[in-house]
Each structure stands twice: as structure tokens, then as C-alpha cells.
Design a binder for this molecule. Structure first.
Ligand SMILES: Nc1nc2c(c(=O)[nH]1)N[C@H]1C(S)=C(S)[C@@H](COP(=O)(O)O)O[C@H]1N2
Ligand SMILES: [Mo]
Length: 574
């Protein structure tokens, strides 16, 4: 029995997604757990950090107070009072600095929230590339159930709506638009900040110019810990500890966050053999998380010290541009600035739920061009047999149609792949035809948008050979992959790729995984591998391929099932 539905029929089975986050059809909530960290093989509740920090603070005070009184420390203090001997800044906090400081804190708020939301889509962190269950060093989810198919989508969790954007389970698509768009704005403010710092004398507060910064920083640690406030020159020079902390945050952590963020993208990691391999995606993700922890710690300590070391004077400096002034001006401006932030914070979630399609379209407009740029890179193989992951997560809903069942019963011997649309030679390939074509094997890393990764060996027909046979016409700009399977909310799963991706060396129609016939769960009889894109674009259970000049008339016109229904982007190389 042969099944050859026309492309017209396949198109008619695509279902539009709604333009808002429709909770009636969305995956039902599953609440996150209190995070746990693996310590010596055991998972420990992170709330233990509170008593531990308390004990450390108290012990520190107990030891520091008598230490402060020793004649040795008193002599040390006289030599290193806290502020290293370096040039003073005489320009206070100029307007540009105050504006950039506020924009920075405003953007950071949304970057942090959307970042936590992204993490909630695969609420586990690992040091290994494979994401094998029970090897996570941090998680806010239960153990992976082993008695049933547990897809990575099942594993995503709900978090509070005020914390994430929008808090709802499996909203990584929307959270990524927030994260990436605001990141871009944050990077622009960061570049402006760097340039203006060094174009003026302002850099001198942040950049240590002598080794004396270290003994001075030590002196400040002992002073604070023994409950003494060190001598201050707020707007001309910072103390050693403060200077090192700002320097580390501005010049080390911030750039590292950008780097570890980019290294999580398939186009980048699958191109940079020498860097993409040792700093694999899970390490980059874990380091990115440490960056987040550092920022949270910095914000906590920074804000606390701003308030306890003279709130009015400090707020006058950074919000009103008044130096050594104790009027209420800075406090008022600060309150207005915070009200704006809190208002935006409050509206971000309801806005995202109601205008999900708008968030997607604006995000595409803001960061789309950067993602397109990364697609120019032709990915390379960088793994060997020894790197193959012991277990590869699965995603997606298996096909349940009668025709698929019939094909499956016969080990897909009757499977046919139709390739048509804007091509010179439309063809129907039998399974035997495909297997008779030159076979390519590649060991590559899979990058799911949700955050997990895995290495497998894929065997199949390179897409470029198919192109050579069917010959897309000059009008053809995209290839549409139709699946046998439906998507989570009904309607067939499909995805659209640009033709450049189709010509990459490693773009493959795979019928083998790790040297064996492709398992059903991983997409038998045929699944796509495009090694510079995220996993959701790699259609499993492929039924037909159509070349088209545009995709606006398919589904919601976003270029794929998850693009239509889950607000992902069509070009997802990062
Ligand atoms: N037909 C179909 N293909 C699909 C999906 C799906 O839901 N339906 N999920 C995608 C997603 S989100 C990922 S991460 C990969 C997972 O591939 P794997 O299950 O082989 O690991 O398949 C992709 N292909
Ligand atoms: Mo995915």
C-alpha cells in the first residue's frame, strides 16, 4: 500500500497557532521544586545556604574583632587603610554615567528574569555534555522517571509569574526573545559605558593601577568583618575591595556572560572545534549560571552597602549628580526610577501572555539579523565514537496515524519520501532508493532549545545529493519538511529551512542512529540533521519535502510548527 498525499493535502493539515498564550491548549502546570545541589553524591536543598552563611558571618566576626585589635593589624591598617593610592576622579558621576547605570539595572532585571525562565525549560545543570539523568549537579525538578517515555518538554517546570517571564511552563520561546533582545540593548549600553569610561577620567575608579589594591582589599575585608566601616571617598576613589569587585563584574563577568551565552548556540559551538568541545554547551550553561549567581550576589551586597553607608549621599551621587550632598533630591529621583522598573516588572508577564505573537515578532526584528549571520558558518564534525552520549533525551509526539502504523509494521519497507514543489525534477524516493545513495556518517552534538544536548552518530543521505537530483528552481528559497506526526496541540508538525542550510556539508536525512536503524522515538524512518540549528528544526518522522518561495501561507506563517504554536523563531542558530 502506498501513501502519496499531495502537498495541497499536507498543507491543509497544518493548523494555525493562536496569537496569545492560550492556556487551554498549553502544557498543564508542573511546579518547580526548591533547587537542590549535588554535594558528594547527595542532593542538598539550597536553603541550607542560609544557616551556613549565617554561621560563616558570625564566625568571621568572632575571629576578626580580636584580630583587628592586634598591633600587627593596626600597623597594617596604618599602611593600607583601604583606598589604594591612585588618581582621583574629579568629575563626580556625570549624566551619561547615571543614565547608563540606570539602563543597566533596568535591563539586568529583565535579563535575569528571562534567563531564569529559560533555565526552567530544562531545570537541570550538568558538567558533562551528555545530560544523562542523575548526573545533574543542580536541579529544581524531580528525578527523571525511568518507567515511561519522559520527553524534555515533560521535564519543564512552572515558576512564579513575578519571577520568570512569563512563569508559565515551557515558554522558552518567549523568554528567549526577551533575553536576547534585551541582551542586545544591554551590550550596547555596555559598549557605550566602556567607551565613555576610557574617554574620560571615570575609568580610574574601576580599574586598579597598582598591586596595592590587594592588601587594601584585605584590609577592608577585616574592617567590615570586625564591624568597622572603612574610610570613604565615595565619588573620587573607591576602596580596594570595592574596586576589585566592580572591575571583576564590569570587565570579567559581563564579557564572560556574553561568551558563555553564545557558546550555547549550535551554529557557534558546532563550528569552534577547539573551544566548542572543551567548553561544551553544558559547561557553558553552568558557567553562565555562575555568572547569574555572581550578579545576584553583587546586586545584594552593592544595594545593601549603598543604603547602609549613607543612603542620601549615595543616591544623590548616582541619581541626582550631586556630590557630598545630603538633600532628598537623589532619594526622590531614585523612587521614581524604581517605580518605573516595578511597573515594567509587573506588566511584563501579563503583556507576554496576551501579546505573545507581538513579543515574537518584535524579538525577531531586534535580534533576527544577528541569528541570520551565524547561519553562514558551515558546521564541522568534532566528535568521535567515544563521545557518543549513553542516553539521548527525546522530544516530540510520536505519529499515531494508521498509515504510519502500517508502514511501521513492515519495517518501513514501503516508505516513500516525496520531494517536490519548486524543483525541476520532482521525485518520489523509496526507502531502498535512499539507502542506495552515497551514505554519510557524522558524530555531532544536538542542541535542544530547552537547554539539553547530546552526541550521536547519524547515518543517512546528505541533503545536497537530494538537491542535485531534484534541482530546486531559481524561485525556490525554502525547503518545507512535513512530518507524519502531529504537534502537541494538533495539526501536522512541519518546519521550514532556508536553502543555504540545505547545502551545508552536514545537512543529512538520517535513517541510522549510532550505527543502528533509526529508533521510532528518534524519528524513524527518516529525520533531519541540520547541525547549525536548534533541535526543534530537525523534523523527525519526515514524510515529504516541498521547495517553496515563501512560507507566509503555511500555518500562522512563522515557518514551522513550534514557530506557529510556541513562538520560537524560524532561524535559530543561537
Ligand atoms: N515531528 C517532530 N519532529 C521533532 C519534534 C516534534 O515534536 N515532532 N521535536 C523536535 C525537538 S524540540 C527536538 S529537541 C528534537 C529531538 O530529537 P530526539 O528526540 O531525537 O532527541 O526533535 C525535533 N523534531
Ligand atoms: Mo527541542
Amino acid at each position: 500500500m502506498k501513501f502519496r498525499p499531495s502537498f495541497q493535502v499536507l498543507r491543509s493539515r497544518i493548523r494555525k497557532g493562536s496569537d496569545y498564550l492560550n492556556l487551554d491548549v498549553w502544557i498543564p502546570p508542573l511546579w518547580a521544586q526548591i533547587p537542590r545541589v549535588r554535594v558528594g553524591g547527595r542532593l542538598v536543598n539550597v536553603l541550607w545556604i542560609l544557616p551556613v552563611v549565617f554561621v560563616i558571618l558570625v564566625l568571621g566576626i568572632t575571629i576578626s574583632r580580636p584580630f583587628y585589635e592586634t598591633s600587627w593589624f593596626q600597623a597594617f591598617l596604618a599602611q593600607y587603610p583601604g583606598i589604594p593610592d591612585q588618581a582621583e576622579v574629579h568629575t563626580g558621576f556625570p549624566l551619561w554615567l547615571r543614565v547608563l547605570h540606570y539602563l543597566n539595572l533596568f535591563f539586568m532585571a529583565f535579563i535575569i528574569r528571562s534567563g531564569i525562565q529559560i533555565l526552567a525549560d530544562h531545570p537541570r545543570l550538568y558538567w558533562n555534555r551528555d545530560c544523562t539523568p542523575d548526573t545533574d549537579w543542580f536541579r529544581f525538578q524531580r528525578p527523571v522517571p525511568m518507567d515511561r517515555v519522559w520527553t524534555s518538554k515533560d521535564d519543564s517546570v512552572t515558576i512564579p509569574k513575578w519571577l520568570g517571564i512569563p512563569g508559565i511552563r515551557h515558554t522558552v520561546g518567549l523568554a528567549r526573545w526577551w533575553h536576547f533582545s534585551i541582551n542586545l540593548l544591554w551590550v550596547l549600553t555596555g559598549v557605550a559605558f566602556y567607551v565613555l569610561l576610557f574617554a574620560t577620567d571615570q575609568w580610574q575608579r574601576l580599574v586598579p593601577t597598582s598591586w596595592e589594591v590587594f592588601p587594601n582589599a584585605f584590609s577592608v575585608v577585616v574592617q567590615y568583618w570586625s564591624l568597622h566601616f572603612p574610610h570613604e571617598e565615595t565619588w573620587t576613589r573607591y576602596n580596594g575591595l570595592q574596586q576589585l569587585t566592580y572591575f571583576f563584574t564590569v570587565f570579567i563577568v559581563a564579557p564572560l556572560q556574553i561568551l558563555t551565552g553564545l557558546l550555547q548556540g549550535p551554529a557557534i559551538a558546532n563550528k569552534l572545534g577547539w573551544l566548542g568541545r572543551p567548553v561544551n554547551r553544558q559547561r557553558a550553561r553552568s558557567l553562565h549560571f555562575f555568572g547569574l549567581l555572581w550578579f545576584l550576589f553583587f546586586i545584594l551586597v552593592h544595594v545593601t552597602l549603598v543604603f547602609i553607608t549613607g543612603a542620601r549621599e549615595n543616591l544623590n551621587g548616582m541619581f541626582a549628580g550631586l556630590n557630598s550632598d545630603t538633600s532628598w533630591m537623589g532619594v526622590w529621583i531614585f523612587c521614581v526610577a524604581m517605580a518605573v522598573l516595578i511597573g515594567a516588572w509587573y506588566f511584563a508577564t501579563p503583556f507576554t501572555i496576551k501579546h505573545a505573537r507581538l513579543v515574537q515578532n518584535v524579538g525577531k526584528w531586534v535580534v533576527g539579523p544577528l541569528k541570520h549571520g551565524a547561519e553562514l558558518w558551515n558546521p564541522i564534525v568534532q566528535y568521535s565514537e567515544a563521545d557518543i552520549s549513553p542516553r539521548h533525551w527525546v522530544n516530540g509526539r510520536e505519529p499515531d496515524s494508521d498509515e504510519y502504523q502500517t508502514l511501521r509494521e513492515n519495517d518501513f519497507e514501503d516508505y516513500e519520501l516525496s520531494v517536490g514543489g519548486l524543483v525541476e525534477n520532482p521525485r518520489v524516493f523509496s526507502y531502498a532508493d535512499l539507502k542506495a545513495m552515497p551514505k554519510q556518517e557524522q558524530i555531532t552534538e544536538h542542541f535542544c532549545i530547552q537547554g539539553w544536548s547530546g552526541v550521536a552518530k547519524w547515518g543517512g543521505v546528505p541533503m545536497r545529493h537530494i538537491l542535485d537530483i531534484v534541482k530546486p528552481t531559481p524561485q525556490a528559497r525554502y525547503a518545507v519538511f512535513y512530518s507524519f506526526a502531529e504537534g502537541a496541540a494538533g495539526g501536522i508538525y512541519y518546519d521550514v529551512h532556508n536553502l543555504r542550510n540545505m547545502t551545508h556539508e552536514l545537512t543529512l536525512l538520517a535513517y541510522e542512529m549510532n550505527g543502528k536503524p533509526l529508533p521510532i522515538l528518534h524519528g524513524a524512518p527518516l529525520r533531519l540533521r541540520v547541525e547549525n540549528e536548534l533541535g526543534f528544526k530537525l523534523v523527525k518522522w519526515i514524510r515529504a519535502i516541498e521547495f517553496v518561495s515563501e512560507y507566509r501561507d503555511l500555518g500562522s506563517g512563522q515557518g514551522g510548527y513550534n514557530e506557529d504554536h510556541e513562538f520560537y523563531g524560524n532561524r535559530m542558530s543561537i
